[in-house]
Every structure is written in structure tokens, then in C-alpha cells.
Design a protein around this ligand. Sequence first.
Ligand code: NDP
Length: 247
Amino acid sequence: MAGPFSLEGRKALVTGANTGIGQAIAVSLAGQGAHVICAGRRACDETVAEITAAGGSGESLLLDFADPMAARDIFDGAGISILVNNAGIIRRADSVDYSEADWDDVMDVNLKALFFTCQAFGKALLAQDMPGAVINIASLLSFQGGIRVPAYTAAKHGVAGVTKILANEWAPHGITVNAIAPGYIATNNTQALRDDPERSAAILDRIPAGRWGDASDIGGTAAFLASPAATYITGAVLNVDGGWLAR
Ligand code: NDP
């Protein structure tokens, strides 16, 4: 009998699944039995190979949020009941120097594409009267200000807001909408920080758990939020940060 964490018989789509946190989420969902569509602006062959090697089921789909509306048609009749919006970019500069191009690029991928991908998913589920789960990847900068990342901080605060409004609108239809706010996770995104001994030591010193997060820490949380065990959790922005925000 399937347990409360099983995703057997479910279909999931994860954006930015070719690497890092998205890859780990795709592997975790497949590990619980979901068929995972690994979406990326580059092919997700490595992720699909990892899923398959572990006995799971997955496929690769090209999806580039250079067009933030790129996902508009992909959910129609596809039977996908789990959506993980993970794709994200960061551009750093002082706020006084921040360019319009960087602002627009970050907003397009991190917030506009996320909202309209949710919209396309929600429309497809509502049309079929089908329950489902959305998991949006937020950030500590959904709660804090940060420095030299104005567009990223604005977008990630926006991700928390979008998560709450959609949770509110779709709860009566059995669709949960939650966000995960990762702390400092060891991925390509944070390689430069980890390579800088001073900054790396300062970050580690500030994390009560005493270690950087692993992408699988976020993968496990996403699998839980997608599972039957979490159907009464909606509108949450769950920080997975080794205690960073508790400090
Ligand atoms: P990575 O840079 O390793 O992964 C980002 C993913 O987003 C990649 O798959 C990337 O594709 C994809 N992506 C970027 N632009 C586009 C686009 N235009 N269309 C489609 N996909 C795109 O970073 P992480 O794994 O660390 O980050 C994943 C998510 O987690 C992001 O939303 C990030 O903001 C968030 N996060 C990460 C934290 C961390 O400490 N690592 C902390 C808090 C939040 P490609 O490989 O082709 O660039």
C-alpha cells in the first residue's frame, strides 16, 4: 500500500532541473515514484540518467524563460499534478548602478515566468477538476534585504506573495501552493562564495547547523510538500536554512 509520502502515479514538472537544486528536487520526486518532466533551457539528460539509474522514471523537456510565457501550453491535457518552479538567476550590482536590463532579466525569470507558469498549471488543473501541488523556490531574500541584489530580493519577496495569493485562490479546488526558502546551499550558484575563505567562514559561522545546505535537503522538502502527507499545508513559505533565520 502506498504510504503518505508516496508520489506513485503522479506526474511532476520541475523547471531548471538540469543542475543544482532543481536536479535534486527532480531526483527526490522520482525517488517517491513520480514520473518527472525535467525542464531546462538546456537538456536535462544528466538528471534523467540519475533518475533512471535509481530505478525511477523521467524525461527531459526544453523550456527557456527567455520567454516568460514559455510554459503557457505545456500543461493542457498532460496530467501533470505537481509543479516545481525552481529556475532562477541572480545579477549583482550596487542599487545605485543597477541596470534596467539586469532588473528585467531577473524579474522575467524569477517572478514573471514563475507566475505565468503557475497560471498555466492552475488553469489546466481547474479545467479537469484535478487536485495538485505547486512548490515555488523562494530564498532567504524573501524575508531579508541582502546587498547588491535589488532585483533578486524584490523578485523573491514577490515569489512569497504570489505563493500566498494562489494558495488562497486555489485551496477550495484542492491545489496547494507553497514555497521553500533555501538558506545557503552548495550549488554552482554559491561556488564563488564558497571559494572565498573569508566570506565562506563568515557564512558558516552564522549557520546554527554548522554546515552548508545540500541540494538534497531542498529535494526532500519538495517531495514532502508534494505528497499526500502535506495536503493541509498551503500558503507556507518554509525556510530550509539550518537555522539561519532562527538566529
Ligand atoms: P543554479 O544556478 O545551479 O540553477 C539555476 C537553474 O535555473 C539552472 O537550471 C538554470 O539553467 C535555470 N535557469 C536560469 N535561467 C533560465 C531560463 N531563462 N530558463 C530556464 N531555466 C533557467 O542555482 P541553484 O540550483 O542554486 O538555484 C535554484 C533555485 O534556488 C533558484 O531559484 C535560486 O534563486 C534558489 N536559491 C538558491 C540558493 C542557494 O544557496 N543555492 C539559496 C536560495 C534560493 P542553466 O543551468 O542553463 O543556467
